[in-house]
Design a protein around this ligand. Structure first.
Ligand code: GLU
Length: 468
């Protein structure tokens, strides 16, 4: 079997959005699953709308998603010579021709068609004229006049187009620039693309593209058109439904693996499995399991999946994703057991990395600022005694693992007759400033002896001052 070669060809006219990311992902996963190749091509022939900022934004989003490419990026704007060469081939072989019909004439044709309830089509005025490269001419394909053009879609099945519905569409504009359909096909042929997965908003381009393949005698790739992603109200996903840009999800604190897991499920399934690691997706992805109905974007599902991925990701692998959020709060991070420990205490209780960074803040602060209501409730004369006992025990403790800490607390429970719940709340407040946090043994273990004692002593001073 030939090597599978797929591509992602975004037009750089904005950021990478959810739908585009899913298209990129499907092509990438299929190439990786099949040990094939994945090519990145920037379709920047529309010079008015294409920007370098969009190109950069697309690279940035793909990098975050972990979608890497084996070839490219190619830029269509640098390939005009190739398109011109192929247009010439089509003219020379009698499959394309020059047309000098004026815009006014074309507008007239359109009006007549509309008035008679017909689809606007070029009427073939120049088709048999044999014009030889006149000034200001466009180049049109000589499309078949009868019969059908069938798209054998790997997702939707056969889609039949009547050739009478199609016309001699333009391949090259009068300013010499190639049209979208021409450039795409020439690229796909010359880049040996054999599998094209794209949004079904492109379905009507496909018969035209097939005509160009046929005119060049090139073999057809497999086509698969994926239904659009919809919002909760079942209209096409747009800004109205929330964030559209992939990097906005990064900035909200989603893990890339959670994000790809979620968007792959907006159109592909594997039984009723919801959670997939990246490796599992590569192993299990197939075109057969792409569905025919539109996926509906549901932020709550994405959030739940993100929480699952945060829980399942090894702390060491999470550092690089969490670090920007901590840095934003003004905390420096370094790889190592401390930050891994911090993550371990929070990964089962954070839905996003942003939330995790906020919950982790107390680990990094030099002085803890206490929740006001909580100090009234928990920083009492009883807790002062308790805190002092704890300081004494911790000062002499050799081991700070959770088991040893549990023993320290057991002894205090025995000595005071208090339940752990009663002891834990003031200690938690002393260590974190808050009334909700990970377990106190875990926290003491991560903070270490010096910092934990320092915080307990700060609380003692606070209570003593309050009492005096
Ligand atoms: N450049 C097109 C787009 O961004 C993709 C064309 C294609 O997949 O053939 O929609």
């Amino acid at each position: 079997m030939d090597t599978i070669i797929t591509r992602f060809p975004p037009s750089p006219t904005g950021f990478l959005h959810v739908g585009g990311a899913r298209t990129a992902l499907f092509n990438w996963l299929y190439a990786r699953h099949m040990n094939g190749r994945f090519i990145l091509r920037i379709e920047d022939t529309d010079t008015e709308r294409s920007t370098q900022a969009s190109v950069d934004a697309i690279f940035e989003a793909l990098e975050w998603l972990g979608i890497d490419w084996d070839e490219g990026p190619y830029f269509q704007s640098k390939r005009f010579d190739i398109y011109i060469e192929y247009i010439q081939k089509l003219i020379d072989s009698g499959n394309a021709y020059y047309c000098t019909c004026s815009p006014e004439k074309l507008e007239e044709m359109r009006k007549v068609a509309m008035a008679t309830g017909k689809k606007p089509k070029y009427d073939g005025t120049c088709r048999e004229k044999g014009l030889k490269n006149p000034d200001n001419a466009v180049v049109r394909i000589k499309a078949p006049l009868i019969g059908t053009t069938v798209v054998h879609d790997v997702i939707k099945g056969d889609i039949v187009f009547q050739n009478t519905e199609l016309d001699d569409f333009v391949l090259r504009r009068s300013d010499g620039t190639p049209t979208y359909n021409l450039a795409v096909v020439i690229d796909d042929i010359t880049m040996s693309i054999n599998t094209i997965i794209r949004g079904d908003d492109h379905v009507n381009n496909t018969p035209k593209q097939i005509m160009i393949y046929n005119a060049l005698g090139a073999s057809l790739p497999s086509f698969g058109h994926v239904p659009m992603v919809l919002g909760g109200d079942r209209t096409r996903l747009s800004k109205r439904h929330g964030a559209m840009s992939v990097t906005e999800y990064r900035d909200m604190g989603y893990l890339p693996d959670a994000f790809i897991n979620y968007i792959v499920r907006l159109g592909w399934s594997y039984g009723d499995q919801e959670f997939f690691t990246r490796e599992e997706l590569i192993e299990k992805f197939s075109l057969e399991n792409i569905g025919r109905s539109a996926g509906i974007f549901d932020i709550d599902k994405l959030l739940a999946l993100n929480a699952d991925h945060i829980k399942m990701t090894q702390p060491a692998k999470m550092i690089k994703h969490l670090a920007p959020f901590l840095n934003k709060l003004g905390f420096e991070t370094q790889e190592g057991p401390f930050i891994e420990g911090v993550i371990k205490t929070l990964n089962a209780r954070s839905k996003t990395l942003k939330e995790m960074a906020e919950s982790a803040a107390f680990y990094f602060q030099d002085t803890v600022s206490y929740d006001k209501d909580a100090t009234a409730k928990f920083f009492t004369s009883d807790s002062l005694k308790l805190m002092k006992m704890l300081i004494e025990s911790l000062e002499s403790a050799q081991l700070f693992d959770e088991k040893s800490l549990e023993n320290v607390f057991m002894k205090i429970m025995e000595a005071t007759g208090l339940k752990l719940g009663k002891i834990a709340q003031p200690v938690r407040l002393a260590l974190t400033g808050k009334t909700a946090s990970p377990g106190i043994f875990e926290i003491i273990n991560v903070l270490g002896k010096e910092k934990s004692l320092d915080r307990l002593k700060q609380a003692v001073s606070f209570i003593e001052e309050k009492m005096s």
